[in-house]
Design a protein around this ligand. Structure first.
Ligand SMILES: *Cc1c(COP(=O)(O)O)cnc(C)c1O
Length: 244
């Protein structure tokens, strides 16, 4: 058994155990492979174990790997910060954008989608840890943004996404996930057009159990499957942080 296969087995077990502990069915939680910096070759090794969901953070990486993986029965989600000038490109590859967090981006997406006569699934990214270093709409503005998005029928909102606080103290991390779940219910109750609030994308290598206990339907796992990365996460989460 190679490393990737062994690692995926461990992750599946962790997902299953967390589901059983919290009275949920293991098939309620999808595993998304967070594949930033991982080569197409290694991603292929992971795909033979019934993983068909890939998340990429950068358009450039996505555009390089896409041609090598597009025949593999996979869906690509975009999970990184999306600049408005990359909207046209992301729509070539992604079936879902998990990082919609501001109205300018919504407008640009809508413009391009109408031009292409199509729609796309999106999640609204919320900054539940209130850290400046992270993207996402602030929790106090999430409802307002949801209402705005509902005016654009090219965007099919399927739920919410967050990156929890980085902390070894799971109770602090849990607060972030609870907040996201709470916002999901609040938005659900508004019955907005084009909204189907079924997904909560939260939980990564270090906190997926807590996320599942708080209702995650998609966990995004990178390190625990593919090993460590050479770039710090700030490179992916906030470009300004390293340019400074
Ligand atoms: C890298 C990344 C992940 C995976 O994080 P790991 O700690 O490597 O599991 C999840 N979500 C987003 C948005 C990421 O950028």
């Amino acid at each position: 058994m190679n490393n990737i296969e062994a690692n995926i087995k461990i992750i599946r077990k962790r997902i299953k155990d967390a589901c059983l502990r919290s009275g949920r069915k293991p098939n309620e939680v999808k595993l998304l492979l967070a594949t930033k910096t991982v080569s197409a070759e290694l991603i292929k090794e992971a795909l033979v174990f019934e993983n068909n969901l890939i998340g990429e953070n950068k358009i450039q990486e996505l555009s390089q790997k896409f041609p090598l993986l597009k025949n593999e029965n996979v869906a690509f989600h975009f999970i990184g910060h999306l600049q408005t000038n990359k909207v046209k490109d992301v729509l070539k590859y992604a079936s879902c954008i998990q990082s919609v967090d501001r109205i300018e981006l919504v407008q640009k997406l809508d413009q391009r989608l109408r031009f292409e006569w199509k729609g796309i699934d999106v999640l609204i990214q919320v900054n539940t840890s209130y850290e400046e270093s992270k993207f996402g709409v602030s929790p106090s503005k999430a409802i307002e943004l949801a209402k705005e998005i509902s005016k654009y029928n090219t965007l099919k909102v399927k739920g919410l996404m967050t990156i929890g606080l980085f902390s070894a103290e799971q109770e602090k991390v849990r607060k972030c996930f609870k907040l996201l779940n709470d916002l999901k219910s609040q938005i659900e109750n508004l019955n907005l057009p084009n909204f189907e609030m079924k997904e909560l994308s939260m939980g990564m290598s270090n906190d997926l159990e807590t996320a599942i206990e708080e209702g995650a339907t998609i966990v995004r796992v990178g390190t625990a499957i593919f090993g460590g990365r050479i770039y710090p996460d700030s490179y992916y989460w906030n470009e300004q942080a390293i340019i400074k």
